[in-house]
Design a protein around this ligand. Structure first.
Ligand code: ADP
Length: 323
């Protein structure tokens, strides 16, 4: 391997820049040429590929977003699109890839390796934390910090007006952000897609808290919940508790932005270096993650198919803290 390409794909996450930087630095350390592929697989198909230099990665570690930009590419899901992408990589002499993204992006890398034999190592870059094969994904910690900071502010106004707030956080069909944000912000309840939380139980909890003279109530709702998002749940509760002053806040994309936390910078840096070393040691078609503080390579096929479970213990603790 002499020339590697690096790209960020799918939903962006804070810490992606730190990961790119680590890949480039490690590449140079091992005397490789490193090419930046812009806008994910779209750039691979449109030949938006440029050689990266030291100056390309100056002052990017601490910045949110991804300077390589990210995109979703429908064309890459077709064999014709992937053929174009392969031809472009070959025209630059790129012989291996580091793909930073979520399960969709890693699925693409796995398919591309199977069809065209381009070795790829994936880095888990998503705020959702929904990838198997790593305790935490790049961007998750920052997103939790951002959510908690926002919820703190909502609590101030909730307390001042004795209001009940439903705050919707991101996470697609996973409840990891909701659980952490809920524990970290003293939520009255946490509603996640993975576990049933009937409205009756929520009503009981709220009444109990009323008796206990709790000053404010913030309920955290994960966006992908089976009984709907924050808006739907709030409407159900309003019907049963019409005297409650209920408000809804959807945090949305602000959870994707901002400077990466120290944790995400360090995680992304370690994983970026390990990805390059993995490629050099013949570890292909794998995702690199950290489990129990150790670098672990997991076949991409497993990382995308196996479900990462939310920790029941976390939910139990959240329950104790809110009742
Ligand atoms: P994420 O990586 O955050 O999960 P997506 O699911 O949108 O985001 O995937 C990002 C990109 O990865 C897609 O736009 C597409 O180009 C590529 N991709 C996703 N799934 C596949 C697939 N089954 N085959 C080929 N490419 C895919």
């Amino acid at each position: 391997i002499k020339k590697i390409g690096v790209l960020t794909s799918g939903g962006d996450a804070p810490g992606m820049n730190a990961a790119i930087r680590a890949v480039v630095r490690a590449g140079f350390y091992y005397k490789l040429e490193v090419y930046g592929i812009y806008r994910g697989y779209e750039g691979m198909i449109n030949n938006d590929i440029r050689k990266l230099e030291n100056k390309s990665i100056a002052h990017v570690l601490e910045r949110g977003g991804t300077f390589l930009k990210s995109a979703r590419s429908e064309e890459f899901k077709t064999i014709e699109g992937r053929q174009k992408a392969y031809d472009n990589l070959k025209s630059h002499g790129i012989d291996a890839l580091v793909v930073i993204g979520g399960d969709g992006s890693l699925t693409g890398a796995h398919l591309f390796y199977k069809e065209f034999g381009i070795p790829a190592v994936g880095l888990p870059g998503t705020i959702d934390n929904d990838l198997f094969g790593t305790d935490l994904t790049i961007g998750f910690d920052t997103a939790c910090n951002t959510a908690i900071e926002a919820i703190d502010k909502i609590r101030d106004t909730a307390t001042s007006h004795d209001r009940l707030f439903f705050v919707e956080v991101m996470g697609r069909d996973a409840g990891f952000i909701a659980i952490n944000a809920g524990i970290g912000s003293a939520a009255a309840a946490i509603l996640i897609p993975e576990k049933k939380f009937p409205v009756e139980k929520l009503i009981d909890r709220l009444k109990f808290r009323e008796k206990a003279k709790k000053e404010s109530n913030v309920v955290i709702v994960a966006e992908g919940g089976k009984s709907g998002g924050a808006q739907e749940i709030s409407e159900k509760v309003k019907k049963i508790l019409p005297t409650y002053d209920i408000k809804v806040t959807i945090l949305g994309h602000l959870q994707r932005g901002g400077a990466p936390s120290s944790f995400d910078r360090i995680l992304a840096s370690k994983l970026g270096v390990s990805a390059v070393e993995g490629l050099l040691h013949g570890k292909y078609d794998v995702m690199v993650g950290i489990i129990n503080n150790k670098i672990v390579f997991t076949p991409i096929k497993r990382a995308i198919v196996d479900d990462k479970q939310v920790d029941d213990e976390d939910l139990r603790i959240a329950g104790i803290l809110s009742t």
